[in-house]
Design a binder for this molecule. Structure first.
Ligand SMILES: [Zn+2]
Length: 429
């Protein structure tokens, strides 16, 4: 199938400030040209792009997809610790079927919000992998670890076996990460094992780090080190690609230290505000040369998976907490929500920008909206004014997953009914 998007406003995310009016050619899974059309290209279908802005699909670099089940549930508690004390007993009751249904729902929400790639950390990852295949999007699925070494060795072996058929079936849309949950839930040996497994298999290590002041204070009390120093000194960050979610509370020394490793910080501003964790000074991390990606965290601490909302909040927070020279720009926030996430997951050569040769993961955003008129600066428009409901069409790997806001790959009404029933059953267990 050859498809032409004609005469659109295109933001390729290849160069700061670059936008152009032109065409995009898609042949099968791949983009074949961006900008000037190829006269020899014979399209099977032409989409009139004159009222659309086309940009790369969004990348949600940290979530717990199935926590959508616990959305708006006991979520007005004062701290992360108090909230986790309510959530962990519910999670103990979840089955793989619950996770499958919730993952389908989460994937519908991601597609509707223009996201076609996410990094997940949760239980029963094979169920989430199945939902990724059904939904047609991309997943970087975590083998999640809690506790001591022996149980985690067994867990990794079991999960690898369970996930293997899904990896084979996903046509390159599935990757794995190893996800020790946090310093306060995993032993040092578990972290070291996770890091050696990630090195051996070329996977990313994904963890929560320095999310709250209490986590940092407890780590210093127990080890004499801050969380980044602890992971560095124990060899966990050495020679491994890592994604560190939150990093709200970093010292100057922590920032200098993290800059020396192949790590990406994942900013989750809504969750950090809602759980009273604080505001991560993102511009100072970028200034130090540490890449930053954007995530929603789970829908139970957000309470949605809306990357447009996340970009908006990140942009606004990035204006008030920094010095004048360090204010976040709209383009930086768009980079965080697209190519930085893809690069962090090791798939930046495939997706994250619109370029010939890359796979066609892109969004058509309807510009015929009162709140986008006049458009003026399109980067400002995307982070400050646009709504996820402005997304008309979503492509992943050249396939249309949503058009005119109708998700094609999953049955939204059935999935919502299934999740309602599943949640009612969980509460009775
Ligand atoms: Zn999280």
């Amino acid at each position: 199938m050859k498809l032409l998007i004609a005469n659109a406003l295109i933001i390729p995310m290849t160069k700061e400030g670059l936008y152009l009016r032109g065409d995009i050619g898609i042949d099968g899974k791949h983009i074949v040209f961006v900008g000037t059309g190829d006269p020899s290209f014979r399209a099977d279908r032409i989409i009139d792009g004159s009222s659309f802005l086309v940009m790369p699909s969004l990348v949600n670099a940290h979530t717990h997809l199935s926590m959508g089940l616990m959305r708006n549930y006991k979520d007005s508690l004062p701290t992360l610790q108090a909230w986790l004390a309510e959530i962990f007993p519910i999670e103990d009751k979840l089955t793989a079927e619950d996770v499958l249904l919730a993952s389908r729902l989460g994937i519908i929400e991601l597609i509707q919000g223009g996201c076609t790639l996410f990094t997940d950390m949760y239980f029963e990852p094979q169920a989430t992998a199945q939902a990724v295949i059904e939904g047609g999007i991309r997943g970087n699925i975590g083998v999640t670890l809690f506790g001591a070494l022996e149980e985690n060795k067994a867990r990794v072996e079991e999960r690898e076996t369970l996930l293997a058929p899904y990896l084979a079936e996903a046509e390159g849309r599935l990757t794995l990460n190893v996800a020790p949950h946090a310093i306060y839930t995993c032993t040092q040996e578990t972290y070291q094992y996770a890091a050696s497994w990630a090195r051996e298999h070329g996977r990313v290590l994904h963890t929560h780090l320095s999310e709250t002041k209490k986590e940092v204070d407890d780590c210093i009390k127990e080890t004499g080190m801050t969380p980044p120093s602890y992971l560095a000194k124990t060899g966990v960050l050495q020679d491994v690609k890592s994604m560190l979610a939150h990093c709200v509370h970093l010292s100057e020394e922590d920032i200098k230290l993290l800059e020396t490793f192949d790590t990406t910080i994942v900013h989750n501003p809504s969750s950090n505000l809602k759980l009273s964790s604080g505001i991560a000074p993102i511009a100072s991390y970028l200034k130090a040369g540490i890449p930053v990606a954007l995530g929603t965290d789970g829908a139970s601490s957000n309470n949605n998976l809306n990357m447009f909302e996340e970009m908006h909040i990140a942009s606004l927070l990035g204006r008030v907490v920094e010095t004048d020279a360090e204010k976040l720009t709209p383009y930086q926030v768009l980079e965080m929500a697209t190519k930085r996430g893809a690069e962090a997951m090791g798939v930046g050569d495939k997706v994250g920008t619109l370029e010939a040769g890359k796979e066609a993961d892109l969004l058509l955003i309807d510009l015929k909206k009162s709140h986008l008129t006049p458009l003026n600066d399109p980067f400002s428009a995307l982070v400050y004014a646009a709504q996820s409901s402005d997304i008309d069409t979503v492509f992943c790997q050249g396939k249309i997953l949503m058009e005119q806001r109708k998700v094609r790959t999953l049955d939204e009404n059935k999935v919502m009914d299934d999740v309602q029933k599943s949640w009612a059953n969980i509460l009775k267990r």
